[in-house]
Write a protein that binds this ligand. Structure first.
Ligand code: GLA
Length: 386
């Protein structure tokens, strides 16, 4: 990928690049829809991601080019007036804009070329990868003293306030802070985190892409956030909790019947899911993949029945996977309404599993899903300076 980017950069911009960076996608192992409720998440960065090559300019223009979307050509952004283009370029433009809003001085523009192999719209954070890659480029190019966790905050700010998606911090954090062979246990309220080893010698992480595009994802995502806020208003009045995930399972069971039935289901998902993340982290620490898998399966059930963010195709993929000997656990991953399942599979069974799931899904939906084997990988980094 690097070589292809370097060559393409020369072709598109008629000069050589100064710097080459990589930012990964992420897959969330467990802890879905907890990050905007002050809870825990357990994602890992993956080996797929976005490579970008960049070079400073001597004017105030940023010229952005995606090798995945060549027909869109170059998008020009002026440092003096950064406007939305309602295209892929809003992710990098949002980051450039956020650097300025956070008070960082960018004294010239740059040419940046992107090339990624994270499928777009599949819930694997291709957008967070692009945002974080841009942030790494700017940090190095302008010698800015920005720690990695602040890169994540910048990415999330760009997404919330420029792109206009009201996401939590999980994706950008996993992309910025990921570590080879480890999952990241993140407390989304305090941003404290711990790395937990994933036994990649005995398990593979297999991602199955249903190829269902997440059509209504944004509006439904915001609707869930509002429902959580309503449930929190009632539960915090009873318990004094500072966020929905701060409500314990016991407190929830005591007060749940005072909630509207729909809000009860939403809150039940969030509060029990948060509890599952902590149990899953413990299981992973003790190398108890069986138990980890059971918690993943429970997570899927809760996302399907209580949080209602799954869909027929994801349910089918999770059900079929859970029946396959050698699969420890399977669940939808990311915001939902389409996208992928994440499967923890014993190493010697993972090829057979990939064949099996393709056949089963094809028989049911007449579409062959995309199957990716991945590994927990490093977070965003500079690959080299020329
Ligand atoms: C999206 C958001 C994340 C998180 C997940 C659901 O990926 O970007 O912040 O809320 O959905 O867990």
């Amino acid at each position: 990928m690097k070589e292809k980017c370097i060559e393409a950069f020369k072709r598109v911009f008629n000069k050589s690049g100064d710097i080459c960076c990589f930012a990964p996608g992420r897959v969330n192992l467990i802890g879905e829809h907890t990050d905007y409720n002050g809870g825990y998440v357990l994602p890992c960065a993956v080996t797929q991601g976005v490579v970008c090559v960049a070079s400073k300019r001597n004017d105030r223009l940023f010229r952005l080019y995606s090798l995945n979307l060549e027909r869109r050509g170059i998008t020009e952004i002026s440092l003096d007036s950064i406007k939305k283009t309602r295209s892929w370029a809003d992710y990098p433009a949002g980051v450039i804009n956020t650097f300025l809003r956070f008070g960082y001085k960018l004294d010239c523009g740059a040419d940046i070329l992107y090339y990624g192999n994270v499928p777009r719209g599949a819930g694997l954070s291709s957008s967070a990868a692009m945002e974080t890659a841009t942030a790494v480029i700017l940090r190095v190019m302008f010698s800015l003293p920005i720690p990695d966790n602040l890169l994540a905050i910048i990415g999330q700010f760009a997404e919330n306030h420029f792109v206009g998606v009201n996401c939590g911090i999980m994706d950008q954090f996993a992309v910025a802070m990921g570590k080879k062979d480890y999952a990241v246990l993140l407390n989304s309220k305090t941003l404290e985190y711990k790395y937990i080893n994933i036994p990649t010698d005995k398990t593979d992480i297999i991602i199955v892409n249903s190829l269902v595009r997440r059509g209504l994802a944004n509006s439904k995502y915001n609707e869930r956030r509002r429902e959580c806020e309503k449930a929190f208003a009632m539960l915090s009045a009873k318990t004094g909790a500072s966020s929905l995930c701060d409500v314990t399972v016991e407190q929830f069971e005591r007060y749940k019947d005072e909630l509207h039935p729909k809000l009860l289901c939403r809150a039940r998902h969030v509060i029990y899911e948060n509890d599952r993340v902590l149990k899953a982290a413990q299981a992973l620490k003790s190398n108890d993949i069986e138990n980890f898998g059971i918690l993943m399966n429970e997570s899927h059930k809760s996302l399907k029945n209580d949080y209602e963010v799954s869909c027929a195709q994801l349910d089918f993929l999770a059900d079929a996977a859970q029946k396959f000997p050698g699969v420890f656990g399977s669940r939808m991953t990311g915001a939902g309404f389409g996208g992928c399942t994440v499967n923890l599979v014993s190493k010697e069974k993972s090829d057979a599993f990939a064949d099996y799931i393709k056949k089963e899904y094809f028989a049911a939906f007449k579409t062959e899903p995309h199957v990716y084997k991945t590994l927990p990988g490093d977070g965003a980094k500079v690959l080299f300076k020329f």
